[in-house]
Design a protein around this ligand. Structure first.
Ligand code: HEM
Ligand SMILES: *[C@@H]1O[C@H](CO)[C@@H](O)[C@H](O)[C@H]1NC(C)=O
Ligand SMILES: *[C@@H]1O[C@H](CO)[C@@H](O)[C@H](O)[C@H]1NC(C)=O
Ligand SMILES: *[C@@H]1O[C@H](CO)[C@@H](O)[C@H](O)[C@H]1NC(C)=O
Ligand SMILES: *[C@@H]1O[C@H](CO)[C@@H](O)[C@H](O)[C@H]1NC(C)=O
Ligand SMILES: *[C@@H]1O[C@H](CO)[C@@H](O)[C@H](O)[C@H]1NC(C)=O
Length: 311
């Protein structure tokens, strides 16, 4: 822990002086600190800012550069990462209950533009609107928002097995590591303390970033289900790994358009594997010092520590 603290201190130290009391959740504490009060309205606002910034990158000036989950030239641990095809409909990676993934466009509510105005989408009914609203509530649960389910901050109404949601994406450790890093950077950019950012990172890594994790639930009233989002071979093994209960990992097929120059045998709609590009590792990242420091922290988090709680 000392090591990772030292690495990240330079990024976060200038932003934060206060210390969160142990009996207050991250959500409640930072709603109060950053938005002047803690109630359903401010908590939803905090989660909107956090998720939107993690998704599209920092959309206002600040001390921390957040490239964002949708960055096209993203780097993680020296390897190129591109999560856009999972959201744009370019891959048949969404689980709608069939035996294979299907293509869904989750950027159909105006894409980045409404997110940069701190809204989920331009409308209320697009895939984008529905997904973003679910993410506000789900991350609100993870960060233990006390007002979730109250007026103005809807309870989470999506699926509760994160494995089932993400299984046709066949995500690897770089993709999941990059995603978690963006959440951490977004939090850092608002002034969340180093310790709290680490806690969030540990929690996300522990629940979702290791393969073969035993059934569990992120809320005690939800039933225990499979939660590993990182399922590719390169993902770290969960403590108490139960690999047999997870399905075989199948790479998502690419959607072939008339303009596509990808050679991909997907006319049967199911099991081609031209979908994911694998980039050769390169020696240097380009996301700046803060990103590299957080990478190092996330790298150290791979042990998976379910014992941590955000509340
Ligand atoms: C690591 C922590 C992550 C958490 C906590 C998380 C959480 C969620 C949640 C709650 C949903 C909505 C589920 C529903 O619709 O019922 C979702 C959907 C989605 N996630 Fe993640 N996610 C994570 C990582 C990732 C990563 C690494 C990717 C990579 C591309 C990703 C891509 C998606 C996509 C494309 C959807 C829409 C799929 C759908 O609604 O069926 N997620 N995620
Ligand atoms: C946390 O503990 C302090 C001191 O014991 C107390 O004054 C405060 O009301 C508590 N806060 C919450 C949210 O329980
Ligand atoms: C929530 O807190 C904010 C900031 O203190 C305040 O302006 C607002 O009126 C509160 N909203 C409700 C519904 O209490
Ligand atoms: C994001 O933060 C970086 C670093 O402070 C800054 O240079 C950049 O202008 C910010 N981006 C936006 C859109 O404000
Ligand atoms: C692994 O399983 C043992 C025995 O059931 C249990 O005591 C331990 O807490 C588990 N560890 C984790 C990280 O789940
Ligand atoms: C980062 O990359 C190095 C070498 O490419 C590898 O040994 C290490 O396990 C990777 N770390 C993570 C967290 O992916």
């Amino acid at each position: 822990m000392k090591f990772s603290h030292t690495l990240i201190a330079a990024a976060a130290a200038p932003l934060v002086t206060a210390q969160r009391p142990s009996n207050e959740s991250i959500c409640d504490y930072y709603s109060n600190l950053l938005l002047g009060g803690s109630n359903a309205t401010t908590q939803l606002k905090l989660l909107t800012l956090l998720v939107n910034t993690a998704v599209i990158g920092n959309y206002s000036e600040g001390k921390v550069m957040v490239p964002g989950i949708l960055a096209k030239d993203a780097m993680y641990n020296g390897t190129k990462v591109n999560l856009v095809p999972y959201f744009s409909g370019a891959l048949k990676s969404t689980n709608v209950g069939e035996k294979h993934g299907v293509s869904y466009n989750f950027l159909d509510g105006g894409g980045a533009a409404p997110l940069a105005k701190s809204k989920p989408a331009d409308d209320d009914t697009s895939h984008q609107a529905i997904l973003l609203n679910k993410l506000y509530s789900y991350f609100g649960v993870l960060l233990a928002c006390s007002a979730i389910g109250k007026d103005g901050f809807p309870a989470y109404n999506g699926k509760t097995s994160m494995y089932n949601v993400h299984k046709y994406m066949a995500l690897d450790s770089y993709e999941v590591g990059y995603f978690i890093e963006q959440v951490g950077l977004a939090a850092t950019s608002f002034g969340v303390s180093t310790g709290d950012v680490e806690l969030v990172g540990y929690t996300l890594q522990g629940y979702f970033g290791n393969k073969c994790a035993p059934k569990t639930s992120v809320m005690s009233k939800w039933k225990k289900e499979l939660q590993s989002i990182c399922i590719a071979d390169d993902c770290p093994d969960s403590p108490n790994a139960t690999c047999k209960v997870y399905g075989k990992v199948v790479e998502p097929a690419a959607v072939v358009t008339s303009h596509s120059n990808m050679a991909s045998p997907t006319s049967n709609g199911g099991d081609g594997d031209g979908g994911k590009e694998t980039a050769a590792p390169s020696a240097t990242g380009n996301n700046g010092a803060a990103t590299l420091q957080l990478s190092a922290v996330v790298a150290l988090l791979s042990v998976g520590m379910l014992a941590f709680h955000l509340a």
